[in-house]
Structures are given as C-alpha cells and as structure tokens.
Write a protein that binds this ligand. Structure first.
Ligand SMILES: C[S@@+](CC[C@H](N)C(=O)[O-])C[C@H]1O[C@@H](n2cnc3c(N)ncnc32)[C@H](O)[C@@H]1O
Length: 323
C-alpha cells in the first residue's frame, strides 16, 4: 500500500486517502509571496493546521480560537493593571502568531502603553532543493531535516510511516540515505531575520526560507509595540514580564511531566510579583472548548483568579509549585 503526498495547492482539497488516512502535506506550500495574496494566505492557513515540528508538537492554530479566553483575560488585566500602565505581555508557543495579534489588538485598545511579544521555538523552516532532481528537504532552524518531498510522495523524516504503507517507508529510507550522500547537513545557511526572501545556492542545493509566522502578523509586527521572536519556552525569558500566556504548549502526550514542570517553572520565574500566568488547552474533540486557568503570582504563592471550561489540566501542579 502507499499514500500519495499533498504536493500542490490543488491537492489541498484531498488531504485524506480513500480510507480516511491523512496524507502528508508538503511544507513548501506554506511559502507566500510578499506582500502575500489572498490565495497565499488561505493556503498558508490550511497548511499550518497540519504542520508539526520534529518534537511532534503541531503548529496547529487558527483565528478566533481564543475569543472567549481573550474576553476573560481582558477583565483580569483591567482588575490588575491601570489603563495608563506600561506592562509587558508574552505569548509563548505562539505558532504563526495570529492569536497573539488578535489578543494584542484587544489589549492595546484598553492599555495604550502595553507591549506584547509572541514567541515560538521556530519562526521558519528552510527549504533545500537538490536542483538536479527537484528533491526537496525541509529543515528546522538548527538543520534537523523534518520532511522529504519528491512528487508524488511527501514523507515525514522524524516519524515512521505505518508499516502498511510500504512504499512510503521505502521513500523515507531512500530520503535518509540521499541526505547523507548529498551531504546536505554539511551546508550552513543563515538568514537575516524573518521574513528573508534571499535565495541561496550552494554546491547543487538551492535554499529558501519558509516563514512560519502568518503574513498578517509580520505586517502587524512593524507597529513597535508588538514583536515576534524565537524563544524556547522551557527556559526562563531573558527578562521578567507582567503576563505570560502558554496555550496548547504543555502537551502531556509529547513531553515528560518533568519537562512540562520545567516549562511551567520557567514561565513562573519569568513573571514579576503580582503578574499573571495563563495556561490551558483547547479540546478540539469537545467543541473546541478552552480549558484554561488564569493564575496570579503573589508573594511566593500562586492562586487561581479565573477559570474557563474545566480549567488547566495541570492546575494543581502550578498551585503546588514553591517559588
Ligand atoms: C499547538 S501550537 C499552539 C499555538 C497557539 N498557542 C494556540 O494555542 O493556538 C504549539 C506551539 O508550541 C511550539 N513549541 C513547541 N515546543 C516549544 C518550545 N520548546 N518553546 C517554544 N515553543 C514551542 C510549537 O512550535 C507550536 O507552534
């Protein structure tokens, strides 16, 4: 048995096989022009929903996912900060940043001096094409290869295919062997920022950047009070801020509990006394319900000040944490 990949925008209408199994979507489809056209944006938004990084964490996000959360958070912020206060908000694990931007628009309307940073472990992929054959590898910023595409196949490199898809498993094996033979990992490519539309050619390879930040967010980030940066959310931020939001980041199916607790501690350590920590998960299978707890850190303790849905599944761990 085999599964064909989703290699072109035309294929995006058929992302499942006849048996209902997901087909791999080529991450090259995330690339947009500058400025991005409406069709580019629509394609980006479809592809980002099925994009995942090598750790297995998906980039899934979409507009208005947190409308209810943003409304509750706004009430908490209005109780906590005065309208003329200058304070810093950080949305960690923000994926393409659309939800951070939507949140920022609401916050900035009520707090003209507030600032917001959206961050994620990676803000771009690098597309490496072996020019002679058109074989395409997608790499994470540190060079980790995560996908191979050669129409009509697209295969994940970090994750094995189900053994029933024998041909896909063979393509994956071939891709890994070619990767070593073509010495892709010896190439060093660096970008000036995100986006960077430079095309780099080197020893038979052509490299282009694929931003993972939504084009609308890249434009919004030019306003001076909102920025998008790369940051590992499992380590403390370079400086403390007043509010941190971590939504759909602490995934118990992927990270060990020790790692998640490390991430929560890092977030709490990155918040000033009196600051706010928002954490939770969207339960897609149950009507996209947001289960969230909003905590306040005060005098070495953490308490819950608001809850949405069933609250953050790890709420007890946050409350038990000694600061
Ligand atoms: C499911 S998305 C959540 C996006 C958005 N917060 C939402 O809830 O819609 C999880 C995000 O966490 C990011 N991520 C995974 N590990 C991370 C890490 N160590 N540091 C920062 N971000 C990370 C992923 O790249 C991905 O964009």
């Amino acid at each position: 048995m085999y599964k064909l990949g989703v290699c072109t925008s035309g294929d995006l209408d058929r992302t499942t096989t006849l048996l209902g199994k997901q087909r791999q979507v080529a991450f090259s489809l995330l690339r947009t022009s500058y400025p991005a056209s409406a069709a580019d944006i629509a394609r980006f938004e479809r592809v980002i929903r099925s994009t995942a990084i090598s750790s297995g964490v998906s980039r899934t996000t979409y507009w208005s996912r947190f409308d209810d959360l943003d409304a509750i958070t706004q009430r908490v912020l209005q109780r906590t900060f005065s309208a003329d206060q200058c304070f810093d908000i950080h949305d960690i694990g923000a994926s393409d940043g659309v939800l951070s931007m939507q949140w920022a628009e609401r916050v900035f309307a009520a707090f003209p001096l507030a600032r917001m940073t959206a961050s994620d472990i990676s803000l771009y992929f690098t597309e490496a094409v072996w020019v002679r054959s058109g074989e395409t590898y997608i790499l994470e910023p540190d060079g980790t290869p995560i996908q191979y595409a050669k129409a009509p196949f697209v295969v994940s490199l970090p994750r094995r295919e189900h053994p029933a898809y024998l041909l896909n498993a063979l393509v994956r094996g071939w891709a890994s062997w070619r990767l070593r033979k073509l010495r892709l990992c010896n190439e060093s490519v660096s970008w000036r920022g995100v986006p960077d539309s430079t095309v780099i050619t080197s020893r038979g390879w052509r490299f282009r950047q694929i931003p993972l930040v939504h084009p609308a967010v890249l434009s919004f980030a030019c306003n001076g009070r909102f920025r998008v940066v790369e940051a590992n959310a499992f380590y403390p931020l370079p400086s403390q801020c007043h509010v941190i939001r971590a939504m759909n980041l602490y995934q118990t199916a992927i990270f060990t509990s020790a790692k998640i607790l490390q991430g929560i501690r890092a977030a709490l350590d990155s918040i000033v006394d009196g600051g706010i920590f928002i954490a939770g998960k969207t339960i897609e299978m149950e009507g996209a319900r947001n289960d969230v707890s909003i905590f306040q850190k005060s005098q070495g303790r953490v308490r819950v000040v608001e809850k949405l849905g069933k609250g953050f599944e790890l709420e007890r761990h946050v409350l038990d944490m000694s600061l």
